[in-house]
Each structure stands twice: as C-alpha cells, then as structure tokens.
Design a protein around this ligand. Structure first.
Ligand SMILES: [Zn+2]
Length: 334
C-alpha cells in the first residue's frame, strides 16, 4: 500500500518534470525553426493544452489537483506563457486533446525537415529525446511518466508502376497510466484516426483486422536511451495481427513475449492512419475484416459504444462531460 502511494507520488513528480522539460525544449525548437510564427503559436498552444489536460486527469490530481502553474518553474515564466497562449490555460479542463504532445512534436519536426528524409527526422527527434532525458529527474525513475514517445514509425506506399507516395510518420502513445492511455486511444479513434484504423483498434481484441493493398511498407524505430539514437524495431504481435499485408522491416518474428499494451498504443497506428488519410488508392483498396469475414466499417456503432465508455473514464478522472457532448468538445488551437 505504502509502495503504491510512493509510486503515485513519483509518477506525479515525473509527469510534472517531463511536462516542464517538454515545454521548454519545444519552445526552443520552434524558435530555431523557420516555420511561420502563427503556425508554431498554434502548435505550442496545442501542446500546452494536451500536457495540462494529462495533468488534470492524472490519478494523483484527484486528491491534489494538478494545475498548469505546476508545470512552470517560476511565476514569471508561468505569467508569460499565460499571456502568450491563453486558450490552453482556459480550456484544458473543459476541452479534449486530439493527440498527445509527442504527436504534435512530430508535426513540428516534419514541418522543419524534408519529410522524405526519415534519417533527418529521426535525428531531430533523437536530439529532442536526448535533451529531455538529460533534464529529467533521477535516472532510475526516468520512465515513470515521460511525455517522450519510445517508438516512431514511418510508412509509405509504392504502386505497381513503382511510384512511391510521401512518407508518413507516427509516434507511440506518449502518456502513462491505464486510464490515460485508454482515454487517449479512444479520443484518437473518435476524432483523429481514420475510420478503418479505429475499427481495427477497437475490435482487434475480437478478431478485427485490416488487409492493406500490396505495396505498403512500414518501419519502426525505437529510441535507445544509451546510445541516444533510434534503432530499427520489428512490429509487435498486435500490430502484426490487425494491420496485415504490410512489408514490415524488420520483419515480425514470433516470440513468447505478449504485448502488454492496448491496441492502438503503437506508432504504426498513427502512421497508417496518416497513410490512409493521405493516399486515396490505399484507402479505397484497404478491406476491413472481422473474424476472417469482410465487414464494412460501422463507425456509428464503434462511436456509440466508445463515447459512453470514454465519458465514464473521463468523469472518473474529474473531467465533467457526457457521452453526447464529446463531439463538440475537441480543442482547437485557433
Ligand atoms: Zn504494435
């Protein structure tokens, strides 16, 4: 019991620290970039909102609320962020994020870098993760609650003529806690991800999967804290099961290890969703299955079940909302 309480306290401390470091590193990165300041202002607002929201729904916040101020080391910095990005401070406990802070960072980095050059993107992300890790408290507790994603993945589509699509990116879910991850996956299925991806994620446990057309390649890279680089990583059994006919590199290898995470937690989910949204041909040729039978994606049915559960999870973490309100309560930075 005492240990559990200690773990919760530690998680709270590491979340606050990780949030503070994430914010300062992101601002530094945006300032050094050539991205239009209006665009970076919206992206920083979105990151702040997402971080404050994760603080608000954190387990420990139910006893001792986590407020935006807790993520800033001085009153002065807090005041200046409040002045520059007021919307994030006003809406973190009434509006819902559509993605995690790291997914927003991925957009910043792909805007700064030539998207097709995945090594340049990974290098920038690696630098960001290294800068964060260097400022995170206590080595041994580094992974208690970090807003860093551990895995980033890329995918693209090559048609029969050999023409390749753009490269799409995705990050693994960068939040912690059973309820938090369920909430972020659910919000992504409701709002952010492609419908077919939402179908596979939500019904994967009951045998749903997607059959993609020939020509889809997917690569995953895991950040290695020792070397500070992203190293190639094979897909997990869950992704291998729900996203089929993909040329994964490295290939999937069967092992005794079972994936402890939820369907939808992996980087492949976000990057395949971007691919389906961006490539008409892939979208129209992807077939959804349920227990080996072709099945039309029933988004209305998924939403009905999901919104009710999501509203319950949110309310259990002090976020007041009903199932019917979810659709109109997504945060927009502009
Ligand atoms: Zn996976």
């Amino acid at each position: 019991m005492r240990n559990q309480r200690k773990d919760k306290q530690l998680n709270r401390k590491t979340l606050l620290n990780s949030g503070a470091v994430f914010i300062s590193e992101l601002v530094k990165l945006c300032k050094a970039s050539a991205i239009n300041p209006d665009v970076t202002e919206a992206l920083i607002t979105e990151v702040l909102h997402s971080i404050f929201f994760l603080g608000h729904i954190h387990e420990s916040a139910q006893c001792k609320p986590i407020v935006p101020q807790d993520f800033f080391t001085s009153e002065e910095t807090y005041e200046s962020f409040l002045k520059d990005f007021p919307k994030a401070f006003e809406q973190y406990c009434s509006f819902l994020p559509t993605r995690t802070p790291f997914s927003i960072l991925l957009e910043v980095v792909t805007k700064m870098t030539e998207c097709s050059d995945h090594s340049a993107v990974l290098k920038k992300l690696g630098d960001f993760c290294n800068a964060m890790a260097a400022k995170e408290i206590d080595d041994q507790y580094r992974n208690c609650y970090t807003l860093r994603s551990t895995v980033v993945s890329t995918c693209n589509f090559q048609d029969e003529t050999g023409k390749s699509s753009s490269v799409y990116y995705g990050a693994s879910l960068s939040c912690s806690g059973k309820v938090e991850t369920k909430i972020m996956i659910a919000l992504s299925c409701i709002h952010t991800w492609d419908d077919a991806v939402a179908h596979a994620v939500q019904n994967g446990e009951n045998g749903a999967f997607l059959q993609l057309p020939d020509g889809v390649k997917c690569r995953a890279y895991k950040w290695n804290p020792t070397t500070g680089d992203f190293m190639e990583e094979p897909p997990c059994e869950k992704c291998h099961r729900i996203f089929r006919n993909i040329n994964y590199q490295p290939e999937y290898t069967e092992s005794d290890k079972t994936a402890q995470w939820h369907y939808g937690n992996c980087a492949e989910t976000e990057c395949l969703s971007h691919l389906l949204r961006g490539e008409e041909k892939v979208k129209s040729e992807t077939v959804a299955y349920h227990l080996n039978e072709e099945q039309a994606v029933d988004k209305a049915e998924i939403m009905k079940k999901l919104k009710k559960r999501t509203a319950e999870w949110l309310r259990s973490r002090g976020f007041r909302i009903t199932a019917d309100e979810i659709h109109s309560r997504f945060f927009h930075a502009n």
